[in-house]
Design a protein around this ligand. Sequence first.
Ligand code: ASP
Ligand code: MG
Length: 410
Amino acid sequence: MPLIVQKFGGTSVGSIERIRNVAKKVKKAVEEGNKVVVVSSAMSGETDRLLGLTRELSTRPDPREQDMVVSTGEQVAIGLLSIALKEIGIDAVSLTGWQVPIYTDTAHTKARIKRIDTHRIHAELEKGKVVVVAGFQGIDDYGDITTLGRGGSDTTAVALAAALKADVCEIYTDVTGVFTADPRIVENARKIPVISYEEMMEMASLGSKVMQIRSVEFAAKYGVKIHVKSSFVDEDGTWIMEENEEMERVAVRGISHELKESKITVVKVPDKPGIAAKLFKALGDNNIVVDMIVQNVSHEGYTDISFTVNKVDADFAEEIAKEVAREVGASGVERNDRIAKISVVGLGMKTHAGTAGKMFEVLYKEGINIYAISTSEIKISCLIDEKYAELAVRALHEAFIENQETIVID
Ligand code: ASP
Ligand code: MG
């Protein structure tokens, strides 16, 4: 008997009516002859509401207690969903993270799953029940409830699918799949029928918000086949799976954009060995993750070094940069919060030359200046002024996706 894991996001279980709708979907899967494990998020808005309550009491709530509070959102949802299932004749049992148990490390609010004990789930499935598991939560070695970071229910679902060796992990959400660009910006954005893990990880980390990045990493590691689809529209969504040759036929799979970074520039740094090392060591020692780095060509013994960090770290990074600037005799530090990172992603770049040149040309034709560039085997990112972000995404989508030639591989 095939086993499937179905994960429903917050909007899918956002009201009693929607919970009834989810129950019907689960019932259909059961009637088609599947064993079904369901993972649910909290009802939409609930996690934010609970976090808000903790913030009313403290600007920095104790992480253990915060997890205690926010994990309740999922507990409510799985109980309600199980009641809805029973009402339509499907026997179901809800399990919280600790009842499964899903063991995590002790990093409250951003815990990682270490191990899942599948005995209880298997036993319930054997009894013919649908098992409804709370997403986003687990238990650590001290018996304390942990949560997996925002969007963590995706990771619960994929990890369960891996542990149970499920045939597929279906992620039900409020969009019909993963798109070639944000459909709110690009009218002609299309649903991507199949995408590789690697491309999906790049897209997720470059701003596409469909799935938690960690869940895709997990899927890649354990080869879990994912099907992202809408819980409101009954149609095939996007399959995320192992890459195959077919996937390299197009150079670019999608265009992502990200507005959450700031650029910091150390101006007029003496161009001598060891300065970049000093700056980035100081940032690293303070746990600041640096994304892009550019060092300009030196001019009369001086150069500028720019880097980007997440906006939430920008104040601290600027402070550190100022300190290093003083120490090494640079003339100062500049900061720009109004930047956007635009990326083109595709496995086909591995075998298809010319993507970078084409990307720069498209931006140039729109009169968009590039502040920094970074690349991997399957993506090219450019940092530009925030005010051109939408224009850039549209122009790149037109050039790479709408007018795309397929690469012929013999
Ligand atoms: N409820 C949690 C959140 O809002 C987890 C999830 O929805 O995946 O982040
Ligand atoms: Mg989500």
